[in-house]
Design a protein around this ligand. Structure first.
Ligand SMILES: [Zn+2]
Length: 269
């Protein structure tokens, strides 16, 4: 898979030179170009769905009443088996974005996820949520490759999907993902389930954004009862509305206007 620098990246890279030229020519307003480029860098880094550094999957193409449930930050012996049981009860499937060092600690839980028909995604080796945005290329690659090393040591195939801690981006991320055939997955329905302590409110926020092809963000969090209550309520209500939670086939997944299938074909060419 080949990485192509976006117009946003070119602008951020060229802005200092352009500013220098303009200021040297006596156009002091040229400083605005530098200011706008820095603002753009911060906003694209912090807003998970923005595609300024490269494609981010936030939905997939379908007319069916289906959505992709993604569950971050596991595995955890306190939540993972109970989540799997709940998904089984409602006939739902999900992708678990796991943390490599937790997989190394609880390998049986990663195997349990796959045996139950769910999928696994790369959520870094150590989940550096406060420093991910400022990691250099080597440290970023270490986080991504560390996860892949952990998974392959268990005999599990490396996943196609990557989710950044807290959805943060980093200007070095897309070339590293592209070189490994990974796609960055964001979301289009989140319930702030790591911050809200009311399961009803979490479900309400998620359901407000649900439509065909939505990607739902959920977490395995320490206050497991809230997480499990919210998940069961969501599953119960969606099932009553005949809305199914699935792991979509790669060709149905979209990044902006492009399907992942096209990316994969281009990458293999
Ligand atoms: Zn996370």
């Amino acid at each position: 898979m080949r990485f192509r620098a976006t117009a946003t990246i070119w602008f951020i890279v060229l802005a200092p030179f352009l500013t220098l030229l303009l200021v040297a020519a006596g156009c002091i307003w040229g400083l605005w170009i530098l200011f706008v480029s820095h603002l753009l860098l911060v906003v694209v880094t912090l807003v998970p769905s923005l595609q300024g550094f490269g494609p981010v999957l936030t939905r997939y193409g379908t007319n069916a009443k289906t959505a992709w449930l993604t569950i971050d930050d596991g595995p955890d012996p306190g939540t993972t088996p109970r989540i799997i049981a709940l998904l089984e009860k409602y006939g739902a499937r999900a992708t678990f974005f796991l943390i490599g060092e937790r997989v190394a600690k609880y390998p049986e839980l990663a195997r349990m996820i796959l045996a139950a028909g769910h999928a696994i995604g790369n959520h870094t080796q150590t989940h550096p949520q406060f420093s991910f945005w400022r990691l250099g290329p080597k440290a970023l690659a270490r986080e991504i490759d560390g996860f892949e090393g952990t998974i392959t040591s268990l005999g599990i195939a490396t996943p196609l999907w990557f989710r950044a801690p807290a959805g943060m981006k980093n200007p070095f991320l897309h070339p590293i993902l592209a070189a490994r055939g990974l796609q960055l997955v964001g979301w289009s329905a989140g319930g702030y389930d790591t911050r809200i302590d009311d399961s009803g409110k979490i479900v309400c926020r998620i359901k407000r954004c649900i439509a065909s092809g939505t990607i739902i963000l959920f977490h395995e969090r320490k206050q497991s009862e809230i997480c499990l209550q919210a998940l069961e309520q969501l599953l119960r209500e969606l099932t009553a509305e005949r809305f199914r939670l699935i792991v979509p086939p790669p060709k149905e997944l979209m990044t902006g206007n492009q399907t992942v299938g096209k990316h994969l074909e281009r990458g293999s060419a």
